[in-house]
Design a protein around this ligand. Structure first.
Ligand code: ADP
Ligand code: F6P
Length: 461
């Protein structure tokens, strides 16, 4: 079997049963992937140092992490220009249809290019002739060109975890041509959903003057490559067992006792403006306003660990949420009932699985999301005999697959509130029907299928 070399901005590891490296779909999915396939994972260590180590840090495989990791540090200037500046203040908003939030500085693009080139120059000496190179996400869009310029002939795949926006929106990015022409040095580019692939095809034909042939074969910027959809997923049965076990844990008992028979609604997201959290809080307020019978009977738990804390737009959304949660609790709380529990910490994965299982309704309502793994985790965590209901944004990649969820437009917060009301009063029979259809879909396209289909398609190029 050939070795897979995974390259991503963040490298995570498993410590004592929980993952270290921050809440985020990419880390969770790659950990699941490498657990099965072994290989090497290269990326940023998470450390920012004035004088980074001259050579990357190698960690040998262990029982908990059966893969080798090689990590590099960033300097404060690189962290600020490449990660905060270009990746998170320029690329992230554009990829999530928020060009209005882009803070463009050409200097950040130069730093982004430098860090991509630096990753590549430290990676190249580690490569073996028949390694498959699999690059992940928007932090590394210049790396394919750098790899080819360094003479690397291996097969290179790239998977974009975020949406690829419509061509017009992507073209608001001053460096859009450089980025896409670099991506074209890959053999295979993977997207989360058919919408993303369509937008990319549109970009290639209308902006880049390239061609899209049958069998997802592309020609642009003098290169030939393939682009396909590979919806990312989870290990549903593993997550289901964790949820079942966690039901008997101390945290689950505390949660159950504290609810005192009330129904629980849950949301779990990094604190990010793409996740639609203010609109979600407003939909909860609407629910309590419009359907007062839910007062005292329903509790909404929103878990939202801080993310990208140096980026001003993240500070703004944070203070908006603090204001809204204070307002909602101020309006509706009783001496013995807090309607909205708002927590800004990550939970251990197992604990999270138990919390999801205990929730009658999950609100997964991003304004835009590549996939959204929480939607799939919620379904997998449910008790088949008494499953809860998923309320899902039509703008999450997951909505292409999870059609039996209650699908909403998160910008219409009143309508989301109505969907929650419907979910809270749904019959057991309908809940079971919807849940089993959703679970079948997730089992058919699980994390193993995602990895295998991507690797097989890359090998076939
Ligand atoms: P993104 O990649 O944008 O963060 P996803 O929903 O695809 O969004 O992935 C988030 C992942 O991080 C999920 O696997 C989820 O369980 C995990 N996660 C998110 N918030 C928390 C939290 N508070 N505690 C533990 N894990 C979390
Ligand atoms: O695709 C979503 C993503 O950007 C992943 O790349 C990343 O793992 C996650 O969000 C968390 O973001 P960050 O690495 O900036 O904390």
């Amino acid at each position: 079997m050939r070795r897979t070399v995974i390259v991503s901005n963040r490298v995570a590891s498993i410590t004592e049963g929980s993952s270290k490296g921050g809440a985020g779909g990419l880390a969770v999915a790659i950990l699941e992937t490498l657990r099965e396939s072994k290989g090497l994972w290269f990326g940023w260590s998470g450390n920012v140092r004035e004088a980074p180590l001259d050579t990357p840090k190698h960690s040998a495989p262990t029982q908990a992490n059966p893969f080798e990791t090689v990590t590099v540090d960033l300097t404060p200037a690189e962290h600020s220009g490449y990660y905060n500046g270009y990746a998170n203040r320029i690329l992230w908003p554009v990829l999530h249809y928020r060009s209005d939030l882009m803070e463009y500085h050409s200097e950040h693009f130069r730093t982004y290019q430098r860090v991509n080139a630096n990753f590549v120059s430290q990676l190249v000496p580690l490569l073996k002739e028949d390694d498959l190179i699999w690059l992940h996400d928007y932090h590394l869009m210049m790396a394919p060109r750098d790899l080819r310029q360094a003479g690397v002939k291996n097969r290179i795949g790239f998977f974009l975890h975020t949406p690829f926006p419509s061509a017009d929106v992507f073209a608001t990015l001053p460096n859009h041509r450089e980025l896409v022409s670099s991506l074209c040095h890959c053999d295979l580019i993977g997207f989360q959903s058919p919408t993303d692939l369509r937008s990319f095809e549109d970009y290639i034909t209308h902006e880049a003057g390239g061609q899209v042939h049958a069998n997802e074969e592309f020609e642009a910027f003098g290169r030939q490559f393939r682009a396909q959809v590979f919806p990312i997923s989870i290990d549903p049965d593993g997550f289901a067992s964790a949820a079942e076990e966690s039901e008997r844990s101390d945290v689950a008992n505390r949660l159950r006792e504290s609810l005192d028979g009330r129904s629980l609604m849950v949301g779990v997201d990094r604190l990010d403006y793409s996740k639609g959290l203010p609109e979600r809080f407003l939909s909860f307020e609407h629910l309590l306003d419009r359907y007062p019978e839910n007062r005292q009977r329903v509790t909404f738990l929103q878990i939202a660990p801080y993310s990208r804390i140096d980026v001003p737009e993240y500070k703004l959304i944070r203070s908006r949420l603090e204001g809204l949660s204070g307002r909602i609790n101020g309006r509706f709380a009783e001496v013995d009932w807090t309607p909205l529990r708002y927590i800004n910490r990550g939970l251990a994965r197992r604990t999270l699985a138990g919390v999801l299982r205990h929730s009658r309704v999950a609100l997964v309502t991003p304004l835009r999301d590549g996939m959204n793994l929480v939607a799939k985790e919620y379904v997998a965590a449910q008790d088949p005999e008494d499953p809860g209901v998923l309320v899902l944004s039509r703008f999450a990649g997951a909505a292409h697959e999870l059609k039996e969820a209650l699908i909403v437009n998160p910008l219409d917060y009143e309508n989301t509130g109505e969907a929650v009301q419907r979910a809270l009063s749904m019959s057991l029979e309908e809940r079971k029907e919807r849940w089993s259809a959703l679970m079948d879909t997730i089992r058919q396209q699980d994390i193993t299928a995602w990895r295998r289909s991507f690797i097989a398609a890359l090998e076939a190029t």
